[in-house]
Design a protein around this ligand. Sequence first.
Ligand code: PAF
Length: 283
Amino acid sequence: MLETITDLSALRARIDGWRRAGLRVGFVPTMGNLHDGHYSLVRLARERADRVVASVFVNPTQFGPNEDFARYPRTPEADARGLDAAGCDLLWLPSVETMYPYGVESTVRVRVPGVTEVLEGAHRPGHFDGVATVVARLLNQVRPDVAVFGRKDYQQLAVVRYLVRDLAFPVELLGAQIVREADGLAMSSRNQYLSAEERPRAAEIHRCLQAMREAVLAGAPRAQVEDEALRRLAAAGFEPDYAVVRRDDLTEPADGEPGARVALVAARLGRTRLIDNLEFAVG
Ligand code: PAF
């Protein structure tokens, strides 16, 4: 039976009790409006831990001034029902005041260098500072043994890995596979912004990622693969921010170099900005 906690000392007391009983704690941080992608993270945490905590917090510090913080969907009752059904034990539901007791503007901020400066970081200035800041706080509040993040936010996972390693958070990180709709569209809370006409077209992003992978595996030069992907997305009515092939650490590979790769796309369809990626290996 899911318990909801909104007070930090109550959260600490409950989790300390589990710890004293020798139980392993899993954690799934979210911004709510949960879908099957999130529930798959909860199920993975469940496999790796005795108790599972999920947080729902729409974090103001990771939204830019022209982004969708105000209209970001908030569905707390449905989220609680879904978490309960997925086997979550505790919903951590802090207010903005609980998360940022000295105010959003005066809060201590965490900035991860390097990996935050490209792709999403370049298109959404300050976004990853907000993510790193809130993830550091959440990890200190929950103090989990294992924390699960989705691989759909590939760069976010890279940022969190750096954060955890550099600040020596005693937590194991797990990246969970992307969950897709039947037509390949990666599940996302933002998909509901798509109009009925846009929704089937949105699956083109996944087809484009697959085509990028096939072209790289067939030996096409990276620059050509990326240009062709941008053209393809534009022809399908998207405004792409980027379509790139990177090493798994998001640095640029040489053509033909063997190793792990990830193709990443961010593109706007109407008013909705979608991101997705596909991991594969060369050689
Ligand atoms: O991926 C998300 O939902 C958010 O970026 C996270 C990790 C919960 C931080 O607010």
